[in-house]
Design a protein around this ligand. Structure first.
Ligand code: HEM
Length: 630
């Protein structure tokens, strides 16, 4: 066989390459060659980071689709120097971009799958491929704090508006016996005409997509007013340091939907953080009134969250030297923190990082989260069956773990009941307990059983009446929203599609189960199932397929936001506010601030997101200047 272009490029990828400029097609050939070798993650750090840089560039060009029309107005950014309650006035020329109730974008056109919404039946997929047989933990890499953290981020970023129409899914006759719910009813995702001819209908996001801490501060004026004390910029908090509750027992917080004790705990921690920032600002800027203190503290706290997510949480999720370097480059640039602290962002995005850059960049597509992004973040398998509470008062030898005091089924840690239990456990004990508990692995047969018969909550944190089978519902949701199935998704992301089940995994048991549900038709494979069945890169808690979408979105969240780019400066944040962000490198720093001595006593590892009795990070191959401070 001759070495022609068409023999080099996977045949199903040809049509995509045909749309590219010559330069982009060349770059595509480079990444395609590397993908064929299946070893970019084993490259030396600089080569690995370069490969990811090229991939990200291509995805920025071809994997961003705008949904809906741009309808906002222009304005003078100088008149809006703070984040607004509903996310308006962030995009520099259109005040509505990224605000409450705007369209989800897309990374690729709506699915062209010929398979219907019930093909195969979602309850069958859930029962045969997702349902947890026995809890599989994800080793020492990720703990329950990490699991709750990502729920916190999801509740900051996305939630689909529902329709008033309910639909029902019924289990197929032959498997009905083993299903927790024989059928379940739920509200459809609301479909709205976009007014554009490219993507005709879309769905709306009822959380502001900016990384603006809306999970703490609410998504509109009413939500924001609910959480404020209107004194010294501070937020409402209970005397025990946890969230205060309204008369119905629902926590007073920016987001209260589908909450559980671990999620509520992190919210309370960041309310503390906000209030401490207010104290610091008041001390340094005594003429600031309540409004100014609140708005500055919100900016600082949101940036602290974004920074922790970028250079701490993500690094634990994708535990390789390449990603550790890559994520620090996103924040600090190639030259690292010390150089950035001296020169700021004047050396450009590659050398100085995305944060603090000149103009926000959206690559020609107004900022939003995408339907596909929501799908790759379907990570409910991180949740265990029970929460293990530790006794932190017990006398233990220096090298021993705090003993187990009690175990609670997760169902008892949800909603109002979870709030009551959390008050009894208390903040410190809960942090240490979650630190010591590994979360679930993102793999097949690890979907929490209690979620297959779950009463979901409405936006007010109140229980609904109809239970749902979440595992089945998630399969249906992706199909309903036109999210590509696994292989179509890979093609659109310039990844080599699978031809046979053994391209996906070499686990024979998995292959047998996939065949039982999908036959030999690899095109039928649902996204969620594919992501969990895929053989993982060593050190990655998620699949490579999901990671490539993260790669695109992780930088977009920062570079499209003017408060992380042109307005990330002392004029907007205050000098002391910038110092606060600069000195915070990890969640551990936040915990240390509010609970001095806790991590020193209980945490053996380097990151608060790893299981706390695991060893500190070993020496690494990443250049010295890109490593976190010891
Ligand atoms: C006790 C903890 C949790 C509960 C009770 C819970 C419950 C729910 C429920 C009821 C939905 C809506 C389902 C639907 O109607 O489509 C949902 C959506 C979702 N959850 Fe969770 N969840 C929890 C934790 C998590 C965690 C740890 C993650 C990790 C990333 C996560 C990610 C998501 C995502 C991405 C969605 C889709 C949002 C959307 O449709 O816009 N959840 N969850």
């Amino acid at each position: 066989m001759g070495l022609s272009f068409s023999s080099f490029i996977h045949p199903q990828l040809h049509p995509l390459v045909a749309k590219m400029s010559l330069f982009d097609a060349f770059l595509f050939c480079v990444i395609h060659f590397v993908d064929k070798l299946k070893m970019w993650h084993r490259f030396p750090v600089i080569m690995g980071v370069s490969y990811l840089g090229i991939r990200r560039y291509l995805q920025q060009q071809y994997n961003l689709l705008h949904v809906g029309k741009t309808i906002g107005k222009g304005y003078d950014t100088k008149e809006f120097s703070y984040r607004t309650p509903d996310g308006t006035y962030n995009h520099p020329t259109d005040h509505l971009v990224g605000s409450y109730g705007t369209f989800f974008g897309r990374n690729m056109p709506p699915s062209e799958s010929v398979h219907g919404l019930l093909d195969p039946n979602p309850i069958l997929v859930a029962s045969r491929l997702l349902s947890r047989k026995e809890f599989i933990d994800c080793g020492k890499q990720f703990n329950m704090i990490a699991c709750s953290w990502i729920q916190l981020m999801i509740h900051d970023w996305v939630d689909h508006m529902e329709d008033t129409q309910q639909v029902e899914i019924r289990a197929p006759e032959d498997i009905v016996e083993g299903c927790p719910l024989k059928s379940f009813r739920f509200f459809q995702t609301k479909k709205v005409m976009t007014g554009s001819s490219d993507v005709k209908t879309g769905s709306l996001n009822i959380r502001t997509p900016w990384w603006d801490g809306s999970v703490i501060y609410g998504n509109d004026e009413g939500g924001m007013r609910r959480v404020r004390t209107f004194k010294d910029g501070k937020l409402i908090v209970s005397v025990d340091g946890l969230l205060k509750h309204n008369e119905k027992g629902v926590p007073i917080s920016g987001d209260v939907r589908n909450s559980w004790a671990g999620f509520s705990l992190l919210l309370a921690l960041f309310v503390k953080e906000h209030n401490s920032v207010c104290d610091m600002l008041k001390e340094n800027y005594p003429d600031f009134d309540d409004e100014k203190l609140f708005c500055h503290a919100r900016l600082v706290t949101s940036a602290v969250i974004a920074k922790i997510h970028t250079i701490d949480w993500t690094v634990q999720l994708l535990k390789t030297d390449t990603l550790k370097a890559g994520m620090r480059i996103n924040w600090y640039g190639f030259l690292g923190k010390q150089v950035k602290d001296i020169f700021g962002h004047i050396l450009g995005p590659i050398l100085s990082g995305l944060v603090g850059l000149g103009k926000p960049r959206d690559h020609g597509v107004p900022y939003s989260f995408t339907e596909e992004f929501v799908s790759v973040y379907r990570m409910h398998s991180l949740l265990p069956e029970k929460l293990i509470v530790r006794d932190i008062e017990a006398k233990v030898d220096e090298h021993k773990n705090p003993p187990i005091e009690e175990e609670f089924p997760m169902e008892e840690m949800l909603g109002k009941e979870g709030e009551r239990r959390l008050s009894k456990i208390g903040m410190e004990k809960m942090i240490v307990s979650m630190g010591y508990q590994a979360c679930g692995a993102l793999s097949l047969w690890n979907y929490p059983n209690w979620m297959r018969n779950l009463i979901p909550q409405d936006v007010n944190g109140e229980d609904r009446t109809d239970p749902v089978d979440m595992a089945a519902l998630e399969i249906y949701r992706d199909r309903e929203r036109g999210v590509a199935r696994y292989n179509e998704f890979r093609r659109n992301m310039f990844m080599i599609p699978i031809n046979h089940w053994d391209d996906l995994t070499d686990d024979k048991e998995v292959i047998r189960a996939l065949q039982e549900v999908y036959g030999d038709d690899v095109e039928k494979l649902d996204m969620l199932v594919g992501l969990q069945a895929e053989k993982k890169i060593k050190g990655f808690a998620i699949s490579e397929t999901a990671f490539f979408l993260f790669l695109l979105t992780a930088s977009r969240r920062l570079e499209a936001d003017r408060f992380f780019t042109i307005n990330f400066n002392p004029q907007t944040y205050t000098k002391k506010g910038m110092e606060w962000i600069s000195k915070t490198e990890s969640l551990k720093d936040v915990i240390d601030r509010h609970f001095p001595g806790m991590t020193q006593k209980w945490m053996k590892c380097s990151s608060a997101f790893s299981v706390w009795d695991s060893a500190p990070n070993q020496a690494t191959l990443i250049p010295l200047y890109l490593r976190p401070a010891p």
